[in-house]
Design a protein around this ligand. Structure first.
Ligand SMILES: [Zn+2]
Length: 241
């Protein structure tokens, strides 16, 4: 893992040359490519930027932040949970942002902490990102309530997790314990549940108001492909009012 981290910049720089071209554009590294790469266990197509390693959700977030939030023009205290390294580096160098990133394991975050026990005062942050984290955490409701606690009144959070829209109720069982069983039932060996349609009500249960924003529908079909976006991604914009 450490070797992979060390080699990552070289690998991405080589990719920038190999995949240089037109037809596909990444708004994170601001470059065009001849394709995006497949990613994930299911090898979903048109997903990963060859030059910066960003995924569909990162690129949609960037468009969303620019068009629909004050992220680039207000002074904000930002908490980013388990960020992708590219996003971490990008946000960390912004002058208007006081940036804190947290994770239990990642080497590059600013603080190694447990999301269910955040070492921050109540109402510390203006804005929080929590992308693809909660499905790894046993007590996800405690984690969400910690996010709510450290967010300022009128602050906002974006909380995303993979979910199965064919499930009405989140699937989690103490009988599913081994890596093999988790991979089989939850889709990934380090996931502890698969969220269903009740994901939003779990976020709301700690006090958040959640707006399910279908911002993705403002993009044309062609642009969704060109920008490497997920045509079904809904952004969970969570407000502490
Ligand atoms: Zn990129």
């Amino acid at each position: 893992m450490i070797m992979k981290d060390l080699l990552r910049p070289y690998y991405l720089n080589i990719n920038k040359i190999i995949y240089k071209g037109s037809g596909y554009y990444c708004n994170i590294c601001n470059k065009s490519y001849r394709k995006f790469l497949p990613a994930g266990n299911d090898k979903r197509q048109n997903a990963k930027c060859p030059g910066c390693g960003s995924f569909e959700r990162h690129r949609l977030l960037m468009y969303f932040l620019k068009e629909k939030t004050n992220f680039f023009n207000s002074n904000l205290n930002v908490l980013d949970v388990s960020p992708n390294k590219t996003m971490h580096n990008l946000f960390n160098q912004m002058n208007n942002i006081k940036y804190t990133s947290v994770d239990l394991m990642m080497s590059y975050v600013t603080q190694k902490v447990d999301l269910t026990q955040l070492p921050f005062d109540n109402e510390t942050f203006d804005c929080i990102f929590c992308y693809h984290v909660l499905e790894h955490i046993q007590d996800d409701i405690k984690a969400i309530s910690e996010l709510y606690r450290v967010l300022k009144r009128n602050g906002w959070a974006i909380i995303q997790s993979p979910f199965d829209k064919s499930l009405n109720k989140t699937l989690q069982s103490e009988k599913i314990m081994t890596s093999e069983e988790r991979k089989e039932v939850y889709g990934q060996e380090d996931h502890v549940r698969i969220y269903g349609k009740d994901f939003i009500s779990r976020i709301e249960s700690v006090g958040f108001d959640v707006k399910e924003d279908d911002y993705i529908h403002t993009f044309s079909k062609d642009d969704i492909i060109k920008f490497g976006l997920d045509k079904e991604e809904i952004i969970n914009f969570c407000i502490k009012s």
